[in-house]
Ligand binder design. Structure first.
Ligand code: CAO
Length: 422
């Protein structure tokens, strides 16, 4: 028995933010029915393809464990099927452009009429306000949520991060909203609206930077490189690789000189003596110009420079081993190539190999949240419309004659051939 078994999700999501949320729900055991436009499907099926005529990794890595039904929801017959789906699902998740579902004829009021227990969850770019009608993609959210203005080096442009905090981050926020609403429904019997705006989600993840904006009014941010190098304006600056916490940190080079031959090191007060012993600079352990955190604050670049002279003589894994032995936290900069090959991530199911009927084997990131009583089995993503007949018949209870008339109406497009069992 899985944690969300018995919960049926009408998955009206596309691209990344919404699919992240419904994929997680599927991994926790919900039955996720992805509704896609006939002939086209989720736009990501065809985006950034690495193989011709095969669902892209973009799609396959975000839509595991789901079923796919094709449905033209602007067609009269399609709307009728959608109504039946709304009545038979617990949760509707969508991330269309603002107003798209209303234009389809499925406003929140209408959904409540059809199914008062429905949880109607949306990702939008912005919450209510001047930008609420805007379409938004990942990097737009990173820029409008405060991440880009605080990422990068002090003398460089704002930077977006590789982690998809706007899309996948907001999908995670939405998933928490949905399960919370399901929990409340246990007591109230009613569904509710759940909204996760991407700007809000990014700002939530950049919370410490709003902390620093307010600290700035009361003096310089001593852990930022600007404290030694130059000064501050009245806006929270970009901190380069400085630690976001209370202890100074930086990425220093290691042996090899490759793009990812770096390790992130942190100087906590008890670690100073250990570092200086390793670096052959024991004379700095008790030198008042170096011995205390206050004395080091003005010359953190020099401190990390001394450490780097030592780390450059070892590879990043050796440095990690040596520093952890003396209780110094650090993190090698791991490339995607290294992560994909990491046996411990395979062993825990965080990286999973999946087989797909047209693509063959591929790697995906499995469920990063582990429940002791609800294990995750990662299954391949569905082909476009693969479960159309099954859903019409087994979930919605349409007879064969009714299905034939739905087909004739053009509501479901061309029905896919059944896929041979793997
Ligand atoms: N049958 C018929 N029509 C369908 C359909 C179906 N099964 N599924 C979708 N459509 C229609 C929608 O109703 C909409 O029609 P209208 O414009 O006439 O109302 C149309 O397809 C396009 O939907 P869209 O506007 O959402 O798509 P887009 O490519 O223009 O915009 C995006 C994409 C992501 C910018 C926009 O959806 C958005 O801002 N979403 C909210 C924020 C978000 O999630 N962004 C993250 C995207 S990356 O994860």
């Amino acid at each position: 028995m899985k944690a969300l078994e018995g919960v049926r999700v009408l998955d009206f999501t596309h691209v990344q933010s919404g699919p992240t949320c419904t994929q997680l729900m599927a991994w926790f055991g919900a039955e996720v029915i992805k509704v896609e436009r006939p002939g086209v499907g989720d736009i990501t099926r065809g985006q950034l393809r690495d193989l011709p005529d095969v669902d892209s990794l973009y799609f396959t890595m975000l839509n595991a464990n789901k079923k796919s039904i094709t449905l033209d929801t602007k067609n009269k017959g399609g709307k009728q099927v959608l109504e039946r789906l709304v009545k038979s699902c617990d949760v509707l998740v969508e991330n269309f452009a603002p107003g798209a579902l209303d234009r389809m004829g499925f406003s929140w009021e209408r959904i409540q009429e059809l199914n008062p227990r429905m949880i109607y969850a949306s990702v939008k770019g912005f919450g209510p306000g001047p930008y609420e009608d805007c379409k938004v993609y990942e990097n737009v959210a990173q820029c409008t949520g405060g991440s880009a203005s605080t990422t990068g080096f002090e003398d460089g442009p704002p930077l977006v991060t590789g982690a998809q905090i706007g899309d996948s981050g907001t999908g995670l926020h939405l998933a928490l909203g949905i399960v919370t609403a399901l929990f409340q429904r246990e007591k109230s019997g009613r569904g509710q609206r759940v909204l996760a705006a991407m700007q809000d989600g990014v700002l939530n993840l950049a919370r410490v930077k709003l902390r620093d904006q307010q600290r700035l009014a009361h003096g310089p941010l001593k852990e930022y490189p600007q404290y030694a190098n130059g000064g501050f304006t009245d806006e929270c600056p970009r901190a380069g690789n400085a630690s976001g916490g209370g202890q100074p940190g930086w990425a220093v080079k290691t042996k090899g000189g490759g793009a990812n031959d770096y390790i992130y090191v942190i100087i906590q007060p008890p670690g100073w003596a250990e570092y200086m012993k390793l670096c052959g600079r024991a004379e700095l352990i008790d030198d008042p110009d170096w011995a205390t955190p206050e004395a080091r604050l003005h010359k953190l670049d020099k401190c990390f420079g001394i450490i780097e002279e030592w780390t450059k003589t070892k590879d990043k894994f050796e440095v990690m081993e040596i520093l952890n032995k003396v209780n110094i936290p650090c993190g090698p900069i791991l490339s995607m190539k290294e992560l994909a090959a990491e046996p411990s991530l395979r062993a825990t199911g965080t990286i999973v190999e999946v087989d797909h009927p047209t693509r063959g084997k591929y790697l995906t990131v499995g469920n990063p949240i582990k429940l002791s009583d609800s294990p995750t089995d990662v299954e391949r993503s569905p082909l476009l419309g693969e479960h159309t007949l099954e859903i019409l018949n087994e979930v919605l209870g349409y007879s064969e004659e009714e299905i034939e008339s739905i087909r004739q109406s053009g509501a479901v497009g061309k029905i896919a051939e059944p896929v041979a069992a793997e």
